[in-house]
Design a protein around this ligand. Structure first.
Ligand SMILES: Nc1ncnc2c1ncn2[C@@H]1O[C@H](COP(=O)(O)OP(=O)(O)OP(=O)(O)O)[C@@H](O)[C@H]1O
Ligand SMILES: [Mg+2]
Length: 326
């Protein structure tokens, strides 16, 4: 089988923040390859570098941050050579971002119809207002908003939080981007709304052949959504593989810890298993494996840079002592 070429390809991406206290290596050697129509779940604890990875792709990292290394290729283009003007054209057109807070996308003082038609016409001036409005109605229907013609005339504050997030997702999908980066967009919503939105987004990606990176700290969310999962810890991907491989057969002790800490994965009445300790400060990472001070399998080898092992095709782990079947 010939594998499809990636729509987004990232190699050895390093984004560092040069702060007064020292260099924060927020992203420190991330690789990722996304093929059309596929969903990658990027999972990790708070501060592991998930958002900075997303911002780096879209050229949204500001001073004191800087991409210091790596390849970011979108189709045939090297995004690191893009000017600000080219990046503005790319955002919302080739690659869209959905933020945790829909108000990062929505303007509170403008009606939804103006915001949505503007999002279309910014990228294609030849679309007349009537055609643009018809596309907005379709987009709202696709994300499950009833009476879209009427709702288009509302302001963001007239929607509930879940509805606002649906509108933000509809805007992200408007120009049929090749890639969507979704940064924890359902984290603040209750679980029933969350699962409705997850199902709709998954369906829309499949229908439009849109590829997506879904960023979350919640493994349970991506378990039902993503084709592949990348597990991130302290700026690095420590394990990646098909979703079923990661969930059923985690190799890295950190991934296993994340799975054990999902409610429902331990026996009823027994306390949840936690990963001991805290995420380390990225200013003072221990040498070698960054997880070793919290890891029950760590030994003296782990003071060195962990090797990459690939015990099954596409299932990679960066660890000296992974859970391997002997
Ligand atoms: N402007 C900045 N200046 C200095 N450090 C920063 C800046 N922005 C991010 N960082 C640091 O980069 C690291 C990664 O941040 P990032 O926002 O990517 O984490 P995250 O995995 O998205 O976490 P969360 O789940 O809480 O959203 C953190 O240690 C953060 O403090
Ligand atoms: Mg984040």
């Amino acid at each position: 089988m010939i594998s499809e070429s990636p729509v987004l390809y990232i190699e050895d991406l390093k984004t560092h923040f040069f702060t007064r206290d020292g260099v924060v290596k927020a992203v420190d050697g991330v690789n990722l390859s996304l093929t059309p129509g596929k969903i990658i779940g990027l999972v990790g604890e708070s501060g592991s570098g998930k958002s900075v990875t997303g911002f780096s792709i879209l050229g949204l990292v500001d001073h004191p941050g800087c991409i210091v290394n790596g390849i970011i290729r979108f189709k045939e283009s090297d995004l690191r050579t893009f000017s600000e003007k080219e990046l503005r054209h790319l955002r919302g057109n080739g690659i869209s971002m959905i933020f945790q807070d829909p108000m990062m996308t929505l303007n509170p003082v403008l009606r939804i119809d103006l915001q949505m038609t503007e999002a279309i016409r910014t990228h294609d001036k030849s679309v007349d207002r009537k055609t643009a409005l018809a596309r907005c109605v379709d987009a709202l229907k696709q994300v499950g908003i009833s009476e879209p013609e009427k709702r288009l005339k509302a302001y963001p504050h007239q929607f509930s939080g879940g509805m606002r997030q649906r509108v933000a997702i509809a805007i992200a999908l408007l120009n049929k981007p090749d890639v969507i980066i979704a940064d924890e967009p359902t984290t603040a919503l209750d679980v029933t709304i969350q699962s409705q939105i997850l199902c709709q987004v998954q369906k829309l990606c499949r229908e439009n052949n849109t590829a997506m990176i879904w960023i979350t700290h919640d493994l349970a969310v991506v378990a039902g959504l993503a084709d592949r999962i990348h597990v991130m810890y302290a700026g690095r991907i420590v394990e990646e593989g098909e979703t079923s491989d990661i969930i059923d057969n985690p190799l890295h002790p950190y991934t296993a810890g994340l799975i054990n800490s999902v409610p429902g994965n331990t026996h009823r009445g027994k306390p949840l298993k936690q990963i001991p300790g805290m995420t380390p400060s990225l200013l003072n990472l221990p040498g070698g494996c960054a997880f070793r001070l919290r890891c029950s399998r760590a030994d003296s080898k782990c003071e060195n840079s962990p090797p990459v092992k690939e015990p099954a095709p596409g299932h990679k782990v960066h660890c000296f002592n992974p859970y391997l079947k002997s």
